[in-house]
Design a protein around this ligand. Structure first.
Ligand SMILES: C[S@@+](CC[C@H](N)C(=O)[O-])C[C@H]1O[C@@H](n2cnc3c(N)ncnc32)[C@H](O)[C@@H]1O
Length: 349
């Protein structure tokens, strides 16, 4: 298995050449399947029996590859090569998410979550629809031992004014939930100074600004704030007057989410119509693949998943059947290596 390669091939054919249980995570931006509506009854019958239904036509911007979402036949191969307990993440469009995630589930994966990537830069195509502002990411898992996520590597940074501040969490270790959700250990969110626990919403700067305008600014030094008791007695057993654990930072609602947006220079002249920002892919790679592991992207495009792997010490295997995309992805990788060697040269000068 050749690591750190971008392979020009049909994804199913290529994955057939990979050994069983050899991949740590599959993270991919699948075709959203924005082509014509299919005969759902016939499609589902085919998916349940063979995992494949013949699709014709084109999808987004007349692209043939976007005619429909990937089918169970692809995800079955992905299931075979993924390590037990490993994660599969796939972007889908809001209109086709249900079919895309169903195909994954039919192949034998467990659906675990749906991350929402929310942004301000979409534009409405007509007055028959709303301005698009989110793209769902299906989070699925191959059955097997539970793999913990790399939460601490992905915590959302707390504001500068709070750097180095570490409240005494031990003072709060008696705080437990009560009757509603059962007991859970608050120490899971203990490492306050290392940042907030990552959420299943990821937003860009435009949305952060809008969100903060609506939420207003709150926070600040709440180390002296007190728990209230009584009104929701089911929810906390904290005693009246107990100190509130807090991050001691100030700002709007956007503080709770990781902010991601592709920089205009990121395209670097690439012609691909659906380029994903590296910053976003980096957060997903860090969360769902262990350091030093292997990420497979079967819809590699211009390779932001590969760049995210380079950035975070993971290995990649990219597959795309479009030669232009393969070329643009290889150029991206070259640019990354050049930037690295320039930085090293500067540091040693
Ligand atoms: C949504 S795009 C991915 C774009 C990528 N995230 C980026 O930022 O550049 C989907 C990609 O899947 C590729 N693709 C579609 N069907 C494929 C297949 N059967 N085998 C290999 N690649 C395929 C297309 O050529 C396209 O580049």
């Amino acid at each position: 298995m050749k690591l750190n390669t971008i392979n020009l091939s049909d994804n199913i054919e290529f994955i057939k050449s990979l050994p069983d249980n050899s991949i740590d995570a599959i993270i991919t931006d699948s075709p959203y399947g924005l082509g014509k509506k299919q005969n759902l009854v016939k499609l589902l019958q085919a998916w349940v029996t063979t995992g494949y239904y013949e699709i014709t036509g084109t999808g987004f911007m007349g692209k043939k590859w976007d005619a429909f979402v990937p089918q169970p036949i692809l995800w079955k191969e992905c299931l075979r090569v993924l390590k037990p307990g490993g994660y599969l993440l796939s972007f889908f469009g809001t209109r086709t998410y249900h079919l895309g995630s169903l195909a994954i589930e039919l192949a034998g994966f467990e659906i675990r979550d749906c991350i929402q990537w929310i942004y301000g830069s979409g534009f409405p195509k007509s007055k028959s629809c709303l301005k698009p502002a989110n793209e769902p990411i299906c989070v699925a898992r191959k059955p097997g031992p539970v793999q913990l996520l790399n939460i601490d590597e992905c915590r959302i940074e707390v504001a500068d004014n709070d750097k180095g501040h570490r409240p005494n969490w031990e003072a709060h270790s008696t705080v437990k939930t009560g009757n509603v959700y059962g007991k859970f250990d608050h120490r899971i969110t203990k490492r306050l100074a290392d940042g907030r626990y990552p959420t299943n919403i990821i937003i860009d700067e435009d949305v952060a600004i809008q969100m903060d305008e609506q939420s207003g600014i709150s926070g600040g030094d709440r180390r002296t704030a007190k728990f209230q008791t009584g009104t929701n007695g089911n929810f906390t057993t904290a005693k009246a007057g107990q100190l509130t654990p807090c991050y001691n930072d100030k700002g709007g609602a956007s503080r709770f989410f990781y902010v991601a947006k592709a920089s205009p220079s990121e395209r670097a002249g690439a012609t691909h119509p659906t380029i994903k920002p590296v910053k976003l892919m980096t957060q997903l790679v860090k969360l769902y693949c262990p350091e030093g592991g292997v990420v497979l992207d079967p819809h590699n495009g211009t390779g932001p998943t590969c760049e995210a792997c380079l950035e975070t010490g993971r290995n990649y295997i990219g597959i795309d059947n479009d030669p232009v995309s393969q070329k643009e992805a290889n150029e991206r990788i070259k640019r990354w290596h050049k930037k690295q060697s320039n930085t090293i040269l500067k540091e040693t000068a």
